[in-house]
Design a protein around this ligand. Structure first.
Ligand code: ZN
Length: 272
């Protein structure tokens, strides 16, 4: 008999803090979570589990980052604060200082005052934030794969039980039909599963990630050579984003974002 047991991660929101979101490139409110590793038997939790770590999720873009509990002075129970700056004063005043330093560094980058190496570091950092989301997506898909494999095992189990139950009362022709249908179903499901898993990271990057990434990179005005080198660096370090993202596409998308920002910029300040 198949016994389904193991452990799963259970996040629980403890409250809210402010921090810099590397994806939004701004100071943002985050949900602060405790991640517990809970044992289960047939998906019924056995106890409250052990604390595995802490994480924060940006309430604007949904990106999750690992967090250190010691970083936050307080965790507020709700988002009743008037502004994210007030939330930062209450929970994480250091984020305001870091934010100012980061903005100053990026202003220097745009003014052409940074060395090529420092520029590259900022661009790679920004790409790594995108890759973090690809890794999170892969972990989620991996978890789904496990659930589906368990489901397939249950189908096979169920079919075997059905065969035993029916073997005394029905003709062998009917029995072999049931087995054939079950086997074909399992093969089709498995094929569809393997195909969707193999194409998932590329599709996720194309549909969900590359547009916002181009927007966040546009403010840094990277050249095509810089993007090519940064993506190559990621590729050499076995990061999925380095393999799947085309530097020329990214470069053109950053240019398009800059053009639309330039068009929107004067419209905002023009009173007429
Ligand atoms: Zn964000």
């Amino acid at each position: 008999m198949l016994i389904i047991h193991g452990q799963y991660q259970r996040p629980r929101v403890l409250g809210y803090v402010a921090d810099y979101c590397a994806h939004c490139r701004d100071l943002k409110a985050f949900a602060y979570k405790e991640i517990r590793l809970v044992s289960h038997l047939y998906f019924i939790p056995l106890g409250r589990g052990k604390v595995q770590g802490q994480a924060i999720t940006c309430t604007t873009c949904g990106t999750m980052f690992e967090a250190e509990a010691s970083r936050y002075r307080n965790v507020l129970p709700s988002l009743m604060m008037a502004s994210v700056e007030e939330l930062a004063h209450a929970t994480n005043p250091q984020a305001l200082v870091e934010m100012a330093e980061r903005l100053e560094r990026e202003a220097r980058m745009l003014a052409g005052e940074l060395s090529a190496q420092d520029r590259m570091q900022i661009i790679v950092e920004q790409l790594l934030v995108g890759d973090l989301q690809v890794q999170a997506r892969k972990a989620q898909v991996h978890f789904d794969l496990r659930s589906i494999l368990i489901l397939l095992a249950l189908i096979v189990d169920g079919t075997a039980v059905l065969c035993v139950l029916l073997s005394n009362t029905t003709t062998s022709g009917f029995l072999s039909d049931v087995v054939t249908i079950a086997v074909v179903l399992v093969i089709i499901l498995f094929g569809a599963l393997v195909h969707s898993l193999a194409t998932d990271p590329a599709r996720f990057i194309r549909r969900k990630l590359r547009e916002p990434l181009a927007k966040s990179l546009a403010t840094l005005s990277p050249s095509l050579d810089e993007l090519t080198a940064a993506l190559l660096y990621l590729k050499q370090h076995k990061r999925t984003l380095g393999k799947e993202l085309d530097p020329r596409w990214l470069y053109n998308a950053t240019l398009a974002n800059q053009a639309s920002e330039n068009m929107m910029g004067p419209a905002k300040v023009n009173p007429g």
